[in-house]
Design a protein around this ligand. Sequence first.
Ligand SMILES: CC(C)(COP(=O)(O)OP(=O)(O)OC[C@H]1O[C@@H](n2cnc3c(N)ncnc32)[C@H](O)[C@@H]1OP(=O)(O)O)[C@@H](O)C(=O)NCCC(=O)NCCS
Length: 181
Amino acid sequence: MDYQELAIPPSLRLSLPRESDTGELFALVQQEKARLSRHLSWPVLINDAKDTLANIRQNRADFADGRSAVYVVRWDDALAGIVSYNTINDKQAEIGYWLAAAYEGKGVMSRAVTALMEWYEAAGKLDTFIIRCGVANRSSNRLAQRLGFVFDYCQVRAEKIGDHYVDHNVYCRQYVNGSRG
Ligand SMILES: CC(C)(COP(=O)(O)OP(=O)(O)OC[C@H]1O[C@@H](n2cnc3c(N)ncnc32)[C@H](O)[C@@H]1OP(=O)(O)O)[C@@H](O)C(=O)NCCC(=O)NCCS
């Protein structure tokens, strides 16, 4: 298995970003920039399609090196957002995600994160998953809790977003011998 693409019928598909995704991905980030910037630090840095292309190239290089794994989320073939292993260390990975507003509130990201974890866990590639999110990021905290992640600790002043620091809730989900620990 090359871990480049996963289809979950009937609607969900996760794919490694391709250079040909640049225009569509750049346009979606511009469209969602104000909303995403409430909880993410990077959207303000994406101001030209060249920035998106550089990210896609970096994502593909990091995937090839086993450092991270970023996937485009498509719902009924339309680009809906991104789900990723932002870091991979041994069998532990930190998960990141964002969705366009049109796809929020439908369970799309819960399904994408579940599919991503099961994909790598079934093959024994990963067994420990971390989600870190701003304490005020209601949707992201609820997603972690919905998927059975256990609150681990709160990291004070974990990330600077715009002109202020946010504290992170750090959640963990662990598989031991094929079942959740
Ligand atoms: C975080 C984010 C991806 C969550 O999106 P989401 O759509 O709320 O997440 P889910 O896919 O888990 O969907 C859950 C919602 O869909 C509803 N839903 C409908 N059908 C569902 C189903 N089959 N399964 C699960 N939830 C379903 C749930 O009730 C829930 O809505 P609620 O929170 O109003 O109760 C999104 O808010 C986002 O992109 N935010 C901005 C970027 C960001 O904050 N990223 C995370 C940084 S840590």
